[in-house]
Design a protein around this ligand. Structure first.
Ligand code: ADP
Length: 358
Protein backbone atom coordinates (compact mmCIF):
# COMPACT_ATOMS: atom_id res chain seq x y z
CA UNK A 1 0.00 0.00 0.00
CA UNK A 2 1.33 3.48 -0.80
CA UNK A 3 2.12 6.11 1.77
CA UNK A 4 -0.12 9.09 2.13
CA UNK A 5 0.55 12.52 0.74
CA UNK A 6 0.19 15.89 2.45
CA UNK A 7 -3.03 17.76 1.71
CA UNK A 8 -3.07 21.54 1.82
CA UNK A 9 -6.09 23.82 1.48
CA UNK A 10 -5.44 27.54 1.27
CA UNK A 11 -8.17 30.18 1.35
CA UNK A 12 -10.84 27.78 0.07
CA UNK A 13 -14.39 29.11 -0.31
CA UNK A 14 -17.27 26.99 -1.59
CA UNK A 15 -20.51 28.72 -2.41
CA UNK A 16 -24.12 27.65 -2.92
CA UNK A 17 -25.92 30.65 -4.46
CA UNK A 18 -25.39 33.61 -2.13
CA UNK A 19 -24.21 31.42 0.71
CA UNK A 20 -20.65 30.43 1.64
CA UNK A 21 -20.79 26.87 2.99
CA UNK A 22 -16.97 26.86 3.36
CA UNK A 23 -15.34 30.25 3.98
CA UNK A 24 -11.75 31.17 3.28
CA UNK A 25 -10.59 27.94 4.90
CA UNK A 26 -6.96 27.00 5.52
CA UNK A 27 -6.19 23.42 6.52
CA UNK A 28 -3.22 21.08 6.22
CA UNK A 29 -3.10 17.33 6.79
CA UNK A 30 0.42 15.90 7.01
CA UNK A 31 1.40 12.80 5.04
CA UNK A 32 -0.06 9.73 6.72
CA UNK A 33 -1.98 11.75 9.28
CA UNK A 34 -5.56 11.03 10.33
CA UNK A 35 -7.22 14.44 10.42
CA UNK A 36 -10.80 14.58 11.68
CA UNK A 37 -13.10 17.42 10.76
CA UNK A 38 -15.58 17.72 13.62
CA UNK A 39 -18.56 20.04 13.76
CA UNK A 40 -22.33 20.31 14.01
CA UNK A 41 -24.66 19.46 11.16
CA UNK A 42 -24.62 22.15 8.46
CA UNK A 43 -21.19 23.62 9.32
CA UNK A 44 -19.77 22.66 5.90
CA UNK A 45 -17.94 19.37 6.56
CA UNK A 46 -19.38 17.43 3.60
CA UNK A 47 -18.95 20.43 1.33
CA UNK A 48 -15.27 20.55 2.27
CA UNK A 49 -14.81 16.86 1.37
CA UNK A 50 -16.76 17.29 -1.85
CA UNK A 51 -14.52 20.19 -2.85
CA UNK A 52 -11.36 18.12 -2.25
CA UNK A 53 -12.90 15.20 -4.17
CA UNK A 54 -13.75 17.49 -7.09
CA UNK A 55 -17.52 17.05 -6.75
CA UNK A 56 -18.05 20.73 -5.87
CA UNK A 57 -16.04 23.59 -7.38
CA UNK A 58 -14.35 26.02 -5.00
CA UNK A 59 -14.89 29.73 -5.69
CA UNK A 60 -11.56 30.83 -4.22
CA UNK A 61 -8.37 29.23 -2.96
CA UNK A 62 -6.19 26.29 -3.86
CA UNK A 63 -6.20 22.61 -2.95
CA UNK A 64 -2.91 20.70 -3.24
CA UNK A 65 -2.22 17.01 -2.70
CA UNK A 66 1.45 16.04 -2.68
CA UNK A 67 2.46 19.29 -4.42
CA UNK A 68 -0.04 18.67 -7.19
CA UNK A 69 -2.73 21.32 -7.55
CA UNK A 70 -6.14 19.60 -7.69
CA UNK A 71 -8.28 22.59 -8.68
CA UNK A 72 -9.74 22.05 -12.11
CA UNK A 73 -8.98 18.31 -12.20
CA UNK A 74 -11.81 15.78 -12.63
CA UNK A 75 -12.62 13.62 -9.57
CA UNK A 76 -11.01 10.54 -11.14
CA UNK A 77 -7.77 12.46 -11.78
CA UNK A 78 -7.29 13.47 -8.14
CA UNK A 79 -6.02 10.27 -6.52
CA UNK A 80 -8.47 10.53 -3.62
CA UNK A 81 -10.87 7.90 -2.28
CA UNK A 82 -14.19 8.94 -0.79
CA UNK A 83 -16.41 6.81 1.42
CA UNK A 84 -19.87 8.32 1.26
CA UNK A 85 -22.32 8.68 4.13
CA UNK A 86 -24.97 6.53 2.39
CA UNK A 87 -22.36 3.99 1.08
CA UNK A 88 -23.50 4.59 -2.54
CA UNK A 89 -22.91 0.89 -3.34
CA UNK A 90 -24.40 -0.91 -6.34
CA UNK A 91 -27.05 -2.96 -4.50
CA UNK A 92 -27.49 -5.87 -6.93
CA UNK A 93 -23.82 -6.43 -7.67
CA UNK A 94 -21.49 -8.55 -5.59
CA UNK A 95 -19.12 -7.31 -2.92
CA UNK A 96 -16.11 -8.02 -5.16
CA UNK A 97 -17.70 -6.19 -8.09
CA UNK A 98 -18.36 -3.12 -5.96
CA UNK A 99 -14.80 -3.07 -4.67
CA UNK A 100 -13.42 -3.58 -8.20
CA UNK A 101 -15.18 -0.45 -9.44
CA UNK A 102 -12.41 2.05 -8.62
CA UNK A 103 -9.44 0.00 -9.89
CA UNK A 104 -11.38 -0.79 -13.11
CA UNK A 105 -12.14 2.89 -13.64
CA UNK A 106 -8.40 3.51 -13.46
CA UNK A 107 -7.93 1.15 -16.37
CA UNK A 108 -5.93 -1.50 -14.49
CA UNK A 109 -5.64 -4.96 -16.06
CA UNK A 110 -7.74 -7.87 -14.72
CA UNK A 111 -4.91 -9.29 -12.66
CA UNK A 112 -4.15 -6.00 -10.89
CA UNK A 113 -7.85 -5.36 -10.28
CA UNK A 114 -8.20 -8.80 -8.69
CA UNK A 115 -5.13 -8.19 -6.49
CA UNK A 116 -6.47 -4.90 -5.25
CA UNK A 117 -9.90 -6.35 -4.53
CA UNK A 118 -8.27 -9.18 -2.55
CA UNK A 119 -6.11 -6.77 -0.57
CA UNK A 120 -9.00 -4.42 0.21
CA UNK A 121 -11.35 -7.22 1.27
CA UNK A 122 -8.67 -8.75 3.47
CA UNK A 123 -8.11 -5.37 5.09
CA UNK A 124 -11.77 -5.11 6.16
CA UNK A 125 -12.06 -8.85 6.88
CA UNK A 126 -14.67 -9.54 4.19
CA UNK A 127 -12.84 -12.08 2.02
CA UNK A 128 -15.46 -14.74 2.75
CA UNK A 129 -18.30 -12.55 1.50
CA UNK A 130 -16.72 -11.55 -1.82
CA UNK A 131 -19.44 -13.29 -3.87
CA UNK A 132 -22.45 -11.98 -1.93
CA UNK A 133 -24.78 -9.32 -3.26
CA UNK A 134 -24.95 -6.04 -1.31
CA UNK A 135 -28.67 -6.63 -0.63
CA UNK A 136 -27.69 -9.80 1.28
CA UNK A 137 -25.43 -7.95 3.75
CA UNK A 138 -26.04 -6.36 7.16
CA UNK A 139 -25.58 -2.60 7.64
CA UNK A 140 -22.17 -3.09 9.27
CA UNK A 141 -20.98 -5.35 6.45
CA UNK A 142 -22.14 -2.82 3.85
CA UNK A 143 -20.17 -0.16 5.70
CA UNK A 144 -17.03 -2.30 5.45
CA UNK A 145 -17.61 -2.88 1.72
CA UNK A 146 -17.87 0.89 1.28
CA UNK A 147 -14.55 1.27 3.09
CA UNK A 148 -12.93 -1.47 0.96
CA UNK A 149 -14.21 0.23 -2.18
CA UNK A 150 -12.75 3.57 -1.14
CA UNK A 151 -9.29 2.10 -0.40
CA UNK A 152 -9.08 -0.37 -3.33
CA UNK A 153 -7.63 2.15 -5.82
CA UNK A 154 -4.92 2.89 -3.21
CA UNK A 155 -5.53 6.62 -3.09
CA UNK A 156 -2.99 9.03 -1.61
CA UNK A 157 -5.83 10.55 0.39
CA UNK A 158 -8.74 8.64 1.90
CA UNK A 159 -11.80 10.67 2.86
CA UNK A 160 -14.73 9.42 4.93
CA UNK A 161 -18.00 11.27 5.42
CA UNK A 162 -19.74 10.23 8.67
CA UNK A 163 -18.67 6.61 8.14
CA UNK A 164 -20.44 5.34 11.26
CA UNK A 165 -23.51 7.57 10.97
CA UNK A 166 -26.22 5.02 10.33
CA UNK A 167 -25.07 2.24 12.68
CA UNK A 168 -26.19 1.31 16.17
CA UNK A 169 -23.88 1.97 19.15
CA UNK A 170 -22.42 -1.55 19.40
CA UNK A 171 -21.59 -1.68 15.70
CA UNK A 172 -20.17 1.84 15.84
CA UNK A 173 -17.73 0.76 18.54
CA UNK A 174 -16.64 -2.28 16.48
CA UNK A 175 -16.22 -0.31 13.29
CA UNK A 176 -14.34 2.39 15.13
CA UNK A 177 -11.77 -0.27 16.07
CA UNK A 178 -11.73 -1.51 12.46
CA UNK A 179 -11.18 2.03 11.18
CA UNK A 180 -8.26 2.79 13.49
CA UNK A 181 -6.61 -0.51 12.50
CA UNK A 182 -7.22 0.08 8.77
CA UNK A 183 -5.90 3.65 8.97
CA UNK A 184 -2.68 2.54 10.63
CA UNK A 185 -2.17 -0.42 8.24
CA UNK A 186 -2.76 1.75 5.19
CA UNK A 187 -0.49 4.60 6.23
CA UNK A 188 -2.45 6.83 3.87
CA UNK A 189 -3.50 10.37 4.71
CA UNK A 190 -7.07 10.39 6.03
CA UNK A 191 -9.65 13.16 6.17
CA UNK A 192 -12.48 11.88 8.34
CA UNK A 193 -15.64 13.93 8.81
CA UNK A 194 -17.96 13.46 11.77
CA UNK A 195 -20.32 15.33 14.10
CA UNK A 196 -19.53 12.85 16.89
CA UNK A 197 -16.83 14.11 19.26
CA UNK A 198 -16.10 10.68 20.75
CA UNK A 199 -15.53 9.25 17.29
CA UNK A 200 -13.25 12.14 16.34
CA UNK A 201 -11.20 11.98 19.55
CA UNK A 202 -10.87 8.18 19.18
CA UNK A 203 -9.54 8.00 15.60
CA UNK A 204 -7.78 11.30 14.97
CA UNK A 205 -4.14 12.34 15.20
CA UNK A 206 -5.49 15.88 15.03
CA UNK A 207 -9.01 17.31 15.05
CA UNK A 208 -10.20 20.42 13.22
CA UNK A 209 -13.32 21.74 14.94
CA UNK A 210 -15.39 23.44 12.27
CA UNK A 211 -18.03 26.08 12.72
CA UNK A 212 -20.00 27.93 10.06
CA UNK A 213 -17.62 27.16 7.20
CA UNK A 214 -14.35 27.75 9.07
CA UNK A 215 -11.93 25.94 11.33
CA UNK A 216 -12.44 27.26 14.85
CA UNK A 217 -9.65 25.19 16.44
CA UNK A 218 -7.11 22.63 15.30
CA UNK A 219 -5.18 20.37 17.64
CA UNK A 220 -4.54 16.87 18.92
CA UNK A 221 -7.40 15.30 20.87
CA UNK A 222 -5.46 15.97 24.08
CA UNK A 223 -4.73 19.61 23.20
CA UNK A 224 -8.39 20.26 22.45
CA UNK A 225 -9.62 18.51 25.53
CA UNK A 226 -7.17 20.36 27.82
CA UNK A 227 -7.36 23.73 26.13
CA UNK A 228 -10.55 24.46 24.21
CA UNK A 229 -10.20 27.94 22.73
CA UNK A 230 -13.80 29.08 22.70
CA UNK A 231 -17.09 28.27 24.41
CA UNK A 232 -18.29 26.75 21.14
CA UNK A 233 -15.42 24.25 21.06
CA UNK A 234 -15.75 23.51 24.79
CA UNK A 235 -19.47 22.80 24.50
CA UNK A 236 -19.06 20.82 21.31
CA UNK A 237 -16.51 18.56 23.00
CA UNK A 238 -19.11 17.90 25.68
CA UNK A 239 -17.65 20.09 28.43
CA UNK A 240 -20.74 21.12 30.34
CA UNK A 241 -19.46 23.82 32.64
CA UNK A 242 -18.99 27.04 30.73
CA UNK A 243 -19.76 30.18 32.75
CA UNK A 244 -19.34 33.89 32.25
CA UNK A 245 -17.27 35.38 35.05
CA UNK A 246 -15.89 38.78 35.95
CA UNK A 247 -12.18 38.78 36.81
CA UNK A 248 -10.70 41.51 39.01
CA UNK A 249 -7.10 41.55 40.26
CA UNK A 250 -6.59 38.06 38.84
CA UNK A 251 -9.48 36.50 40.76
CA UNK A 252 -12.77 35.49 39.18
CA UNK A 253 -15.91 36.32 41.06
CA UNK A 254 -17.64 32.97 40.59
CA UNK A 255 -21.06 32.05 41.96
CA UNK A 256 -19.31 29.38 44.05
CA UNK A 257 -16.71 31.74 45.55
CA UNK A 258 -13.49 33.50 44.44
CA UNK A 259 -11.58 31.47 41.81
CA UNK A 260 -7.91 32.18 41.01
CA UNK A 261 -7.98 31.03 37.38
CA UNK A 262 -4.48 30.67 35.84
CA UNK A 263 -3.39 33.05 33.08
CA UNK A 264 -6.30 35.34 33.66
CA UNK A 265 -6.78 38.95 32.56
CA UNK A 266 -9.14 41.33 34.25
CA UNK A 267 -12.51 41.73 32.57
CA UNK A 268 -15.56 39.60 31.68
CA UNK A 269 -14.67 36.15 30.32
CA UNK A 270 -16.22 32.81 29.49
CA UNK A 271 -14.53 30.22 31.66
CA UNK A 272 -14.70 26.44 31.24
CA UNK A 273 -14.17 23.95 34.02
CA UNK A 274 -12.32 20.91 32.65
CA UNK A 275 -13.64 17.57 33.94
CA UNK A 276 -10.83 17.25 36.46
CA UNK A 277 -11.79 20.61 38.01
CA UNK A 278 -14.49 18.92 40.07
CA UNK A 279 -14.20 15.99 42.44
CA UNK A 280 -16.39 14.61 45.16
CA UNK A 281 -14.87 14.79 48.63
CA UNK A 282 -16.03 13.05 51.76
CA UNK A 283 -17.07 15.21 54.69
CA UNK A 284 -13.93 16.36 56.49
CA UNK A 285 -11.60 15.14 53.68
CA UNK A 286 -8.75 17.60 53.19
CA UNK A 287 -8.63 19.80 50.11
CA UNK A 288 -5.86 22.06 48.84
CA UNK A 289 -5.84 25.67 50.02
CA UNK A 290 -6.59 27.03 46.57
CA UNK A 291 -9.49 24.62 45.98
CA UNK A 292 -13.00 25.83 46.65
CA UNK A 293 -15.37 23.74 48.72
CA UNK A 294 -18.80 23.67 47.13
CA UNK A 295 -21.69 21.93 48.83
CA UNK A 296 -24.89 21.33 46.94
CA UNK A 297 -28.07 19.32 46.88
CA UNK A 298 -28.23 16.35 44.50
CA UNK A 299 -30.89 17.15 41.92
CA UNK A 300 -30.18 14.48 39.31
CA UNK A 301 -28.46 11.16 38.65
CA UNK A 302 -27.88 9.70 35.22
CA UNK A 303 -26.60 6.22 34.53
CA UNK A 304 -23.54 6.36 32.24
CA UNK A 305 -22.36 2.76 32.07
CA UNK A 306 -19.35 2.40 34.36
CA UNK A 307 -20.22 5.51 36.39
CA UNK A 308 -23.08 7.80 37.32
CA UNK A 309 -23.36 11.45 36.34
CA UNK A 310 -24.56 13.23 39.46
CA UNK A 311 -25.90 16.78 39.21
CA UNK A 312 -25.61 19.06 42.20
CA UNK A 313 -27.34 22.39 42.80
CA UNK A 314 -25.07 24.58 44.96
CA UNK A 315 -27.86 27.13 45.51
CA UNK A 316 -26.02 29.91 43.68
CA UNK A 317 -25.03 29.83 40.02
CA UNK A 318 -25.41 26.94 37.59
CA UNK A 319 -25.65 23.30 38.62
CA UNK A 320 -22.49 21.16 38.56
CA UNK A 321 -22.32 17.60 37.22
CA UNK A 322 -19.65 15.15 38.38
CA UNK A 323 -18.89 11.49 37.71
CA UNK A 324 -19.31 9.24 40.72
CA UNK A 325 -17.54 5.89 40.52
CA UNK A 326 -17.99 4.59 44.00
CA UNK A 327 -20.52 1.90 44.88
CA UNK A 328 -22.71 3.93 47.22
CA UNK A 329 -24.14 7.02 45.63
CA UNK A 330 -26.07 9.41 47.82
CA UNK A 331 -29.78 9.75 47.09
CA UNK A 332 -31.29 12.73 45.25
CA UNK A 333 -32.21 15.37 47.81
CA UNK A 334 -29.15 14.72 49.99
CA UNK A 335 -26.06 16.94 50.04
CA UNK A 336 -22.78 16.30 48.24
CA UNK A 337 -19.50 18.09 48.88
CA UNK A 338 -17.24 18.94 45.95
CA UNK A 339 -13.76 20.41 45.64
CA UNK A 340 -13.36 22.83 42.75
CA UNK A 341 -9.78 23.14 41.44
CA UNK A 342 -9.13 26.51 39.77
CA UNK A 343 -5.98 25.08 38.09
CA UNK A 344 -8.34 23.07 35.87
CA UNK A 345 -10.36 26.10 34.82
CA UNK A 346 -9.55 27.79 31.49
CA UNK A 347 -10.28 31.28 30.26
CA UNK A 348 -11.89 31.14 26.81
CA UNK A 349 -11.48 33.59 23.95
CA UNK A 350 -14.48 35.72 23.02
CA UNK A 351 -16.76 34.08 20.46
CA UNK A 352 -16.16 35.10 16.88
CA UNK A 353 -19.07 36.08 14.71
CA UNK A 354 -20.53 33.25 12.66
CA UNK A 355 -22.49 32.90 9.41
CA UNK A 356 -22.02 35.18 6.47
CA UNK A 357 -23.77 35.59 3.19
CA UNK A 358 -22.43 37.71 0.44
P1 ADP B 1 -22.31 19.27 7.11
O1 ADP B 1 -21.66 18.21 6.29
O2 ADP B 1 -21.40 19.91 8.09
O3 ADP B 1 -23.59 18.83 7.75
P2 ADP B 1 -22.82 20.52 4.55
O4 ADP B 1 -21.47 20.71 3.97
O5 ADP B 1 -23.64 19.37 4.05
O6 ADP B 1 -22.71 20.48 6.13
O7 ADP B 1 -23.66 21.84 4.32
C1 ADP B 1 -23.18 23.12 4.65
C2 ADP B 1 -24.27 24.14 4.35
O8 ADP B 1 -24.47 24.23 2.96
C3 ADP B 1 -25.60 23.78 4.98
O9 ADP B 1 -26.20 24.97 5.45
C4 ADP B 1 -26.38 23.20 3.84
O10 ADP B 1 -27.76 23.46 3.98
C5 ADP B 1 -25.82 23.94 2.63
N1 ADP B 1 -25.83 23.09 1.43
C6 ADP B 1 -25.27 21.87 1.31
N2 ADP B 1 -25.42 21.38 0.05
C7 ADP B 1 -26.11 22.32 -0.64
C8 ADP B 1 -26.60 22.43 -1.99
N3 ADP B 1 -26.38 21.46 -2.87
N4 ADP B 1 -27.25 23.56 -2.34
C9 ADP B 1 -27.46 24.55 -1.43
N5 ADP B 1 -27.02 24.52 -0.17
C10 ADP B 1 -26.38 23.42 0.25
Amino acid sequence: MPHGAPLELTGVTVTYGPYDAVRDLDLRANAGEVLCVLGPSGCGKSTLLRAVAGLEPSRTGTIRLDDRQLDGLRPDQRDVGLMFQDHALFPHRTVADNVAFGPRMRGLDRRSVADRVDDALRLVDLTDLAGRRITELSGGEQQRVALARAVAPRPKLLMLDEPLGSLDRALQARLLDDLTRVFSELGTTVLHVTHDQQEALAVADRVAVMRAGRVEQLGSPDELWRGPRTAFVARFLGLEHVVRLTVRDGVADSPWGPLAVPGTRDGDHDVVLLPEALRVIDAGEPRRDDELAVTGRIVGRRFAGDHLRVTVDPGTGPTLTVPVWRGSVPEPGSDLELALDPQAARILEPETTTRSTR
